[in-house]
Design a protein around this ligand. Structure first.
Ligand SMILES: *[C@@H]1O[C@H](CO)[C@@H](O)[C@H](O)[C@H]1NC(C)=O
Ligand SMILES: *[C@@H]1O[C@H](CO)[C@@H](O)[C@H](O)[C@H]1NC(C)=O
Ligand SMILES: *[C@@H]1O[C@H](CO)[C@@H](O)[C@H](O)[C@H]1NC(C)=O
Ligand SMILES: *[C@@H]1O[C@H](CO)[C@@H](O)[C@H](O)[C@H]1NC(C)=O
Length: 365
């Protein structure tokens, strides 16, 4: 809102002082009033029309980000307004993680007016490649995070290329790295089943003063199963938050030797939290999971996440990719183990991420 106030003040000054300045030189008072009125009308019309003309809009946003800023926050909050098409829903989950087919048709953004106004779009291969060109993307977490990597790579790679890398990508409990030469994108998957593993990674990046442009992180399922303590989970989230916060004010030490050509590196790093999926207790595949990963503990873990102030909604640094909401909407038909969901869920998460990057880097395709 500060932007709007400043822009308003600037506009008022222009309306007042430009004609006064001119009058001081060689304009009569009537001419000055005419100019003043004309300027005022031009500015008012301009401000109201800019959203409809992307080129003007980007010009205005370079002068002042009134329009963009207002849209930006509301559009970010609408990114998860996604609907799944029940009729098309497959009756299988990801029983075979290497079976990646295209499930884009299963979901779309809601067609409500505010969502339509944001102009979200499913990016195709070339748009996604343009956006990620030259950037370093890191995804750190558990098997959910790995599924996000699969969705992201199947968006930027051709299916033949995807077939070639499957073996390496699906080695359980291991890191994975790929450089997509064509677009100079480096992607790291870091196996980090616990939040503490992610924190360790943040400390490494900090020590090497080399930060990724886009960082997606998320863990919690392992903790829920093996530690089963929401307060301990909350503590680990706060430690993570403290390790990430120092990154935030863009300081000269950013991008020392990371790639800087890509459009997303302009305001990097972009930080995302990959939320826990909806767990369907009766479908979980071991007795231990059904016993420990109850609905009550899920709620408690969720509360700790909000309490930790890690997420933007609670004043923190990370934008939530709300897998819980997406998996809930996709429903029980989208999972066979009550924990890992159909690709339609992770694909939607990837498109939410890419649209968030577009919004944050003030771009329109
Ligand atoms: C998964 O599918 C691939 C082919 O898409 C196949 O080669 C592999 O054997 C399958 N794995 C399992 C565990 O079914
Ligand atoms: C992937 O899963 C679909 C639906 O179960 C099946 O029809 C298809 O044959 C599978 N593809 C591969 C390569 O396994
Ligand atoms: C990526 O960026 C480089 C340098 O800016 C450019 O030469 C190249 O054509 C871009 N590639 C794609 C696929 O956009
Ligand atoms: C993750 O953290 C756990 C608990 O601190 C540790 O035992 C494990 O070795 C770590 N794993 C990785 C991949 O760093």
């Amino acid at each position: 809102m500060l932007g709007a106030v400043q822009f308003g003040a600037l506009a008022a000054c222009v309306v007042l002082f430009v004609p006064m300045g001119m009058a001081g030189w060689h304009l009569s008072r009537n001419k000055m009033l005419f100019f003043s009125g004309a300027l005022f009308i031009t500015l008012a019309v301009g401000v109201h029309l800019t959203p409809y003309f992307p080129s003007i809009s980007s010009f205005v946003s370079s002068v002042s980000s009134v329009v963009v800023l207002e849209n930006r926050d509301s559009c970010i909050s609408l990114l998860h307004d996604i609907v799944y098409d029940v009729k098309l829903k497959p009756s299988r989950g990801v029983e075979n993680l290497s079976n990646v087919s295209n499930h884009e048709e299963l979901w779309s953004w809601s067609r409500s007016a505010p969502v339509m106004a944001c102009g979200f779009q499913k990016l195709g291969r070339s748009d996604a490649s343009d956006l990620l060109n030259g950037s370093w993307v890191v995804v750190a977490g558990d098997s959910q995070a790995r599924l996000v990597v699969v969705s992201l790579l199947s968006l930027v790679l051709r299916s033949e290329e995807m077939d070639l890398i499957r073996g390496g990508l699906f080695k359980r409990h291991s890191d994975y790295q790929i450089v997509v030469d064509e677009i100079g994108m480096k992607l790291d998957f870091k196996w980090a089943p616990y939040v503490s593993n992610i924190t360790d990674l943040m400390i490494q990046y900090k020590q090497s003063k080399n930060y990724p442009d886009v960082l997606v992180m998320g863990a919690g399922l392992w903790h829920m199963l093996h530690v089963t303590s929401s307060s301990d989970f909350g503590d680990s989230l706060r430690v993570l938050r403290d390790s990430v916060v120092p990154w935030l004010p863009i300081s000269p030490e950013f991008n020392t030797d990371g790639p800087v050509t890509g459009s997303v590196s302009i305001q990097s790093p972009h930080l995302f939290w990959l939320g826990l999926p909806m767990l369907i207790n009766s479908m979980l595949n071991t007795e231990e999971k059904r016993e420990k990963m109850t609905d009550a503990i899920q709620v408690a873990y969720d509360e700790e996440l909000y309490r930790s102030k890690l997420l933007r909604q609670s004043g923190g640094p990370l934008l939530l990719l709300d897998i819980d909401s997406l998996s809930r909407k996709c429903g029980t038909q989208c999972t066979i183990d009550g924990m890992h969901y159909d690709e339609a869920v992770y694909q939607a998460a990837v498109h939410i991420l890419l649209n968030a990057l577009l919004i944050e880097s003030h771009q329109k395709l």
